[in-house]
Design a protein around this ligand. Sequence first.
Ligand code: PLP
Length: 398
Amino acid sequence: PLILSDRINAMQESQTIAMAKKARALAAEGVDVISLSFGEPDFQTPQYIKDAAKQALDDGYTFYTPVPGYLELRQAICDKFERDNQLSYKPENIVVSTGAKQALANAVLSLVNPGDEVVVFAPYWVSYEEMVRLAEGISVPLLGAMENNFKVTAAQLEAAITPRTKLLMYSSPCNPTGAVFNRDELAAIAEVLLRHPHVYVLADEIYEYINFVGEHVSLAQFDAIKDRVITVNGFSKGYAMTGWRVGYLAAQREIAAACEKIQSQITSGTCSIAQRASIAALEGGRASADEMVAAYRRRRDMVLELAADIPGFRTNVPSGAFYLFPDVSGYFGRSTPAGETISSAADLAMYLLNEAHVAAVDGAAFGAPDCIRFSTAAADDKLREAFVRIKDALAKLK
Ligand code: PLP
């Protein structure tokens, strides 16, 4: 019989991908499913980026690429850090990967030893926990309070750090809560880290451009800890390039070299054509993102209004990204028309899929078992229809 590794047996399938699969299966049966489970912009990649990809093919960019990415792309990323984040890096500090996801995995595998503790600000992005598990680290989730926009405080961090803590991981703007750390909050976190020089940080800034409050602050801007901060970013969200698979990290040389080493053995440099297109994307600045952000902001306002009309949904106001993350614990203990009890957010998400034909994701996957996550990166009329259906389905719970 086939015996799979303990490593893979211990790993959970991504809940967002699992829910998207179920929604697709229902849709294949002819059910009109509105899928709000996936964190994917509904916009096409801007035309100028597509043109650059076509040009790259015609120019013969069909060969293996340097493992950490084309030098020109790494230079363009350095220019971006300088322009947007007032951060100075050299190409040797940059590793381009197959999505921000690989950049995160490279960093975790480069830093975490078996038994090392990794503090993860919760609600967190689904894959953080599994990456830590893969590295045989111990994840230490710290849950932020909804009243504080789900943001973990410096005091919470201070209390969680032990001599075994190796890494802190968080995203800002946050998937799933849309929370954005401001300068004061990050300054307080930087101060804690200054007292604990054995702790490194993986700052996931993939939603940088999708920010409704304005200022994006990078933890690496706090000079005294810059060497211990690894900043992750990419093209999937800001440039609507999810399928192209390009992300990157910036880190001190030794860490960047370690990430390059892992990547050289597992995937090599990411796709040549996608990298050439990414250079063009950065040359275009953030104008195309700003157009998309206007739509995301309009949708956020719309879904907040629709959600406010649903009894039992408690939400924060997302400052960025494209998700709504209501606390739905008020429904726990209620019964469906079929007589089943809703005892968790997973039950509620399943009920909404079957009854309202709206796919959402159980908050437990994000370390917040009282919540469910809706992606708001869908067309306005779909979102409106989804929330009408959700409201009707929830009204049927007794
Ligand atoms: N980090 C966060 C917080 C995300 O939400 C996502 C995608 O959903 C990623 C990283 C991965 O992005 P990429 O498509 O660049 O791998």
